[in-house]
Ligand binder design. Sequence first.
Ligand code: ZN
Length: 257
Amino acid sequence: MQFEDVIIPQWPTPPNIRSLVTTRLGGISETPYDRLNLGNQVGDDEYAVHHNRKLLAELLGEEIEFQWLCQVHGDRVIVLDNGLVDEGTEADAIYSTEKNIACGVLTADCLSVLFCDSEGKEFAVAHAGWKGMAAGVLLQTLANFDAEPSDIMVWLGPVIGPCHFEVSDEVRHAFLSMSVDEIHNEKDILFQPSENNGKWMCDLYAMAKIILGAAGVKQIYGDPICTYCEFDSYYSYRRDGKTGRFATLIWRTSSHS
Ligand SMILES: [Zn+2]
């Protein structure tokens, strides 16, 4: 595994905040998990996942530890302030001020969101599919910061796009039930009628921008890349069903270089 195999998010963080998104490239998993599957709950060979995680650890360097979660599409945020917690901990976001712990979420269509404050003291990562996002996971993550939302920057990762994310009325209702006026104002952009009767094409990326913007976050970065469209780079549950997971990671280093 090499740095060519991963994506470095382009956002103007303080230099001690690092982030990275893995792709399918660089690992040893076999089809349909090929190649760098990092999810250990998706039916892939245990050894392959372990080895892939080791390759990622080697890329980041030996001083970096890793924190993963048992993601459950909820709104719980783990506050990491005393070293690692068990990977079986059920939550969908990690907030921390600790150094040298890469906090990651694993996705295959759901949105991953990175957060940090302008001084590089606080950072967070969230896993936000429609369920978690409508349950408020992005707002819960923001609520853990000492910094004001206007002093927090955010980066949005690859996510299934409105070209492929067809949803039922249930999903639309869940978002319209959030007390965010802007979702109502923009609902015709966020949910376009699908060619299938009674279904909608949902724009999760735009939804996250609206929810975060309404909460006072002004610096929002990222490129809307559709995981379903980009087979060569990303896993997509909607496209493939049985498939791997790629990681979005953020960590704080002790150096300023
Ligand atoms: Zn697409």
